[in-house]
Write a protein that binds this ligand. Structure first.
Ligand code: SF4
Length: 362
């Protein structure tokens, strides 16, 4: 897949843009002033595979708490600021790895200058975060409402405000809650700038609906080579955002590693409780350190064939299951033993594959 050639920026230990792997972001929903709760959630996000997290800085206390969060965080921490440039300055002092602002609503050119100078001094990037809900009255009037042109113009104006201060360590986002508008806006923006793009569908919804809307919006753009870092916004535990982001990247082969689980939809041939088994396997393999494709299939007639590309699989029969490797049956197991035996086989396959990869490298 060809990806757009964007400028590379550094967010703490993570590079964004310029061909770097697409970074997964999330945002804490803890009270930033509660340092322990925020750090606990950051550690959970990190364990799930998040690359960068963001915290809200609604007041001075939160901006000061950020210092302790940054010091103990395993992830680069981005400070999210609206309106108050003094909070942006404090967050930069507190060690934010990046700040997210909308330069247009900081209250004037001198304030944008102060923030961009402080960010430059600390060597941190600024994300210009335009949302469809916060376009200026002037822009809305010029374009007759929230359109892709209005979103893009708003982002370009914000970029210009920073560039006027010789600041070009920039990441841009133009999110909308409408996946189609998001897609069209990013397409247009990508034609007009080579700053790295943070892609997401904002306020996407609850976990079920939000994952689908995000997969459509983010997935379409990534498939076109647009996007350097992504966030799936969900009303729920942010750890779910990271899981969904990983799935989107895996679906497009933009991230490898970990277990890729495929399972059949079941049909009239299924004679085992496959849905339950697939869910239990999904839960059990989530944290395994192997890079494997694993299949859970409903019948032994079509299952192994349908999952031939998998490293290891299991197919239901009549009161028994068949375990197979690369589409070739290796042994039958009872329904009671199906889960533990299958997991044992997955670990075995994982160890073998890791050993092969080590040998290849040597
Ligand atoms: S693998 Fe078997 S049970 Fe599953 S959908 Fe295909 S034919 Fe049906």
């Amino acid at each position: 897949m060809r990806r757009n050639n964007t400028k590379r920026v550094r967010v703490g230990s993570i590079f964004v843009g310029g061909g770097a792997p697409i970074a997964i972001q999330s945002m804490n929903n803890t009270d930033t002033r509660d340092v322990e709760a925020t750090l606990t959630q950051i550690r959970a996000l990190s364990a799930e595979g998040c690359d960068i997290t963001r915290v809200a800085i609604p007041d001075r206390e939160a901006a000061l708490a950020l210092e302790r969060i940054v010091k103990a965080s395993p992830l680069p921490v981005v400070a999210d600021i609206h309106f108050d440039y003094r909070l942006a300055l404090l967050a930069i002092q507190s060690g934010a790895a990046k700040i997210r602002i909308n330069p247009g609503n900081l209250g004037g050119a001198d304030r944008v200058a102060a923030v961009s100078h402080a960010a430059k001094e600390r060597g941190i990037p600024i994300r210009v975060g335009v949302n469809s809900g916060s376009l200026s009255g002037e822009i809305l009037q010029k374009f007759g409402g929230v359109t892709r042109e209005a979103m893009t113009e708003s982002a370009l104006q914000a970029i210009h405000l920073l560039e006027e201060n010789r600041f070009d360590d920039i990441v841009v986002s133009i999110k909308s809650s409408d996946p189609l508008l998001t897609i069209e806006s990013y397409r247009l923006l990508a034609e007009k700038t080579n700053y790295p793009l943070h892609v997401g569908v904002t306020e996407a919804g609850t976990i079920r609906e939000g994952v689908i809307r995000s997969a459509v919006g983010i997935g379409t753009l990534l498939a076109e080579g647009i996007g350097d870092t992504i966030r799936v916004s969900l009303t729920g535990d942010p750890v779910e955002e990271v899981r969904a982001a990983k799935s989107i990247l895996r679906a497009l082969s933009l991230r490898t590693g970990g277990i890729e689980l495929i399972s059949c939809p079941t049909c009239g041939r299924t004679e085992v409780p496959l849905i339950e088994l697939a869910e239990r396997v999904e839960e059990a393999v989530r944290d395994l350190p192997y890079s494997l494709r694993v299949a859970v299939m409903g019948c032994a007639v079509n299952g192994p064939g349908e999952a031939r590309e998998s490293d290891v699989g299991i197919a239901g029969g009549k009161n028994e299951y068949l375990i197979f490797r690369k589409g070739i049956p290796i042994r039958k197991v009872s329904p009671e033993d199906a889960l533990p035996e299958f997991l044992r086989e997955i670990r075995l396959a994982g160890e073998e594959k890791s050993a092969e990869e080590k040998n290849d490298k040597a």
